[in-house]
Ligand binder design. Structure first.
Ligand code: NAG
Ligand code: NAG
Length: 452
């Protein structure tokens, strides 16, 4: 019974795709508006999800509770819509449908997460050890916006990321020595960063603030792994040391790596995994009212805003500014070179739902165009791109209120029915043609002014 109904579901989903491909044919005739560049032949196109955000099955199969399960069960008001991850998109039971959806997009790569103790090493060829060190440590240890909500700002976030870097490096070397020789896979880490632009590019203070932000926000984690020299960037070391001394701490709030640890972390990644969504305009500041003392915010010392003209289709932090993506790829290339390829492990946009997601179509077209320019005009070594995300999911403190999916999920239906949005069709077209066709999905003219 179970497997029969699954087959029926899959067929229905595929049928839905072939209907939509009739519309494709018509649109394909409108072939002007093609991007000038193509994606390289071996470019890795994929789509990403994360276990906790789609899986559900929180007490199924003998699995223990994660810290997110425990925390939300004890604090049911933690999320915007008082939801939790108990069922989510029910991928625990519907994973086969997930795979059909991935296949239907034409991508060859699916980035998903599994718990560390399961080792599937014989099946998985590309590993990332950890995801978004900054977000995890900043929100979960420096603040209480994320679990485990430690909130020892200015201290705990640095301890957290210090030990995550060490943990990452140990796993890298374990894989490198014990498993790589016969599993022949690749292993790296995923870091995340917004881009920072000087609020006034003619003001040297703002220019310095933008560089300071990027060093603190990304260099702090990237430099120990990807730079020639290893260790924290000199700037970050000095800055946090100085701030700590001036605040009367007996030693720096930024922990110190031993020489051996510096060497263990240096070079411990086969690729530069990058999650990127948006850009901020920054200016120099010594104190803002929402900062705590001490904190990584105050150590960084930049005020962050977004341009009023940048569209914000969903979550309030996610303004659309495609040029920032190209600039961030260039910043990484300038700082760490081209030897290690960048794989964009997440990029995408949130809205409040709906199948005709023109904003998302436009977001992917324009961000991917910037990626093409970074490859072809700037010489950045970008080897892959993963859209965030395959389907609408549990977005942490936002619960199910904002949507990032290429597929819509009906969370009210018992089946958690999934339906492709226009952005899914558009992404499939890009993957298949290795080019962006800006006319493939016709965006109604009344929408244009909101998008550009
Ligand atoms: C392609 O390049 C030409 C010449 O630089 C430019 O005018 C045109 O807008 C570009 N097309 C796209 C889709 O970017
Ligand atoms: C740290 O303090 C020293 C001594 O006051 C100063 O010369 C240096 O520029 C400061 N470094 C940073 C990054 O703030």
């Amino acid at each position: 019974m179970q497997s029969l109904s699954r087959v029926a579901q899959s067929r229905a989903l595929l049928a839905c795709f072939s209907l939509l491909s009739i519309a494709d044919g018509v649109n394909a005739l409108l072939s002007s508006g093609l991007s000038n560049y193509s994606f390289p032949d071996n470019f890795m196109f994929g789509v990403a999800t994360a276990a906790f955000q789609i899986e559900g099955g929180w007490n199924a199969g003998g699995r223990g509770e994660s810290m997110w399960d425990t925390y939300i069960h004890n604090h049911p008001d933690f999320t915007l819509d008082k939801s939790n991850g108990d069922v989510a998109a029910d991928s625990y039971h519907k994973y086969k449908q997930d795979i059909i959806m991935v296949e239907s997009l034409g991508v060859k790569y699916y980035r998903l997460s599994i718990s560390w103790p399961s080792l599937f090493g014989d099946l998985v060829k590309i590993w990332t050890t950890m995801n978004e060190i900054h977000i995890h440590c900043y929100h979960g240890y420096g603040n209480d916006y994320f679990v485990p909500a430690i909130k020892v700002h200015g201290v705990a976030e640095y301890l957290c990321s210090h030990y995550m870097l060490l943990g990452h490096a140990r796993v890298y070397h374990l894989y490198d020595k014990k498993f790589r020789p016969f599993q022949k896979g690749r292993i790296g880490i995923t870091l995340d960063s917004f881009f920072a632009e000087p609020k006034d590019e003619n003001n040297p203070d703002d220019v310095e603030a933008a560089e300071r932000y990027l060093q603190m926000r990304l260099g702090q984690y990237a430099h120990p792994i990807y730079s020639e020299k290893g260790d924290y960037p000199d700037f970050v070391r000095e800055r946090v040391d100085n701030m700590s001394i001036s605040q009367g701490f007996a030693r720096s709030r930024l922990p110190v790596f031993t020489k051996k640890e510096v060497e263990m972390i240096r070079g411990s990644s086969d690729f530069f995994g990058l999650n990127h969504y948006t850009t901020f305009l920054v200016s120099s500041s010594t104190m803002e009212k929402e900062w705590s003392v001490p904190s990584i915010d105050q150590d960084t010392g930049v005020k962050m805003e977004q341009h009023p003209k940048w569209p914000i289709p969903g979550a309030s932090w996610l303004a659309v500014y495609p040029q920032g993506f190209r600039k961030l790829l260039n910043w990484i290339t300038k700082n760490y070179g081209t030897k290690v390829p960048i794989i964009v492990t997440e990029n995408g946009m949130s809205d409040f739902g709906g199948l005709n997601d023109y904003e998302r179509v436009s977001y992917y077209n324009r961000y991917l165009e910037q990626l093409l320019l970074a490859i072809h005009e700037d010489g950045c070594h970008v080897a892959g791109y993963f859209a965030w995300t395959l389907m609408d999911d549990f977005e942490w403190t936002d619960g199910y209120a904002v949507k990032f999916g290429l597929f819509h999920v009906d969370f009210k239906s018992p089946d958690k029915t999934r339906t492709p949005k226009l952005s899914a069709l558009n992404y499939r077209e890009i993957v298949q043609t290795k080019r962006i066709n800006f006319n493939y999905i016709k965006i109604p003219s009344y929408k244009y002014h909101q998008l550009l």
